[in-house]
Design a protein around this ligand. Sequence first.
Ligand SMILES: Cc1cc2nc3c(=O)[nH]c(=O)nc-3n(C[C@H](O)[C@H](O)[C@H](O)COP(=O)(O)O)c2cc1C
Length: 324
Amino acid sequence: MLYSTRFTQDAGIAYPIICGPMFPCSNPSLVAAVSANGGLGVVQPMALTYVYGLDFRQGLREIRRITVNPIGMNALIEKSANKYYKRMQMWVDIALDEGVRFFITSLGNPRWVVDRVHAAGGIVYHDATSLKWAQKGRDGGANGIVAVNNRAGGHAGTLSAKALFEQLQMLNLPLVCAGGIGDERAFTEALQMGYAGVQMGTRFIASVECSVNNDYKQAILRASESDIVLTERITGIPVSVIRTPYVERVGTHVSPLLRRLLQYPRTKYLARAWLSLRAGAQLKRSLSAAQGREDYWQAGKSVAGITRIESVAEIMQRFVNSYG
Ligand SMILES: Cc1cc2nc3c(=O)[nH]c(=O)nc-3n(C[C@H](O)[C@H](O)[C@H](O)COP(=O)(O)O)c2cc1C
C-alpha cells in the first residue's frame, strides 16, 4: 500500500499523520476526527480531564463513540513529581484497559510505560529533540521516535528536520517528523527525507473540529514565521507562541526569582508546577473567552503554510492526495 510505513504498521492506521497531543487544544472531537479519517489522534490526558472536564475513562469512551479506529495517548513520564507520576500510571492503565495500543512518551525514561504497553501488545514511541534523548528512549525500549525539530509548536527542539533525521537514522527505528508541517509540500518533503510519518499540531488547531476560540484560529492564519517567539513564562522551558500584544506586554522571560528557583533541582518542580498552573488557568480563560484577552496562543512555524480553517477530513484528503 502506498502509505504503508513502519509507523503506519505500528499504529495500524492508513495514513502516516499524527495529530500531536496538545495541552490545551486536544479536544475529544479533534482527536476522534483525525483517527476517523485514517490518521492517529493522540489524547493529551491533562487536556481531556482538566481543560475539557471529563473523567479520563469517559473521555476515551466519548472519542470511541465517534470512531473505532486506533487512537494514541501521550504519557508525560517525568518521575520527579510523584503525585503526577502516580496519576500518569493510572491513566496509562485505563488507556490500555480501554483498548489504546499506541503511546507517545515525553521526558524521562519510557521503560515503565514500555513494560506495561508491550505486555498488552502495544507500541511506544518516544519524543526526542536530539540523538542523546532518542538513545535514552531506545534504551528504555521505545519502538520508534517522534523527532521534535526546531520549527515545532509546543516545546520546540533546536535542530532542523533534516539534521535531526541525519542524527537519528543510525538508530534504525521509525522516525516521525514533528514540527513545521503546515502544508502538503512540507508533508511530502518529510516523507521523501525518509521519515515514516509526521506529527502536526498547529495545522489541526486551525480546523473546524478543534474547539479553541475563533480568535486563536484566526491568529494562526494571520501569523507568519517571524511572529513565532519562544516564551519561558508558560512552563519555565521555552514554548513557541504567537507574538500578540499580550506577549509583548508581559515579555518572554520569567522573573529573576523564578529563574533562580528553576535552577535548583529541589525547587525546579515547584516553580514549574506553579507556572503551569498559572498558564493553564490563563489558557482555559483565553480559550473560552469570546475575545481572548490573555493571549497565549501556542503555535509553531508551520503557521506559514496555514491559510484556511478546514475540516480534518479536508486537511487529511489534501495531504494524502498530494503524495504519490
Ligand atoms: C498548543 C500546543 C500544545 C502542545 N502540547 C503538547 C503536549 O502537551 N505534549 C506533547 O508531547 N506535545 C505537545 N505539543 C507538540 C505537538 O504535539 C506537536 O509535536 C507539534 O505541534 C508539532 O509542530 P507543529 O505545531 O508545527 O505542527 C503541543 C503543540 C502545540 C501547538
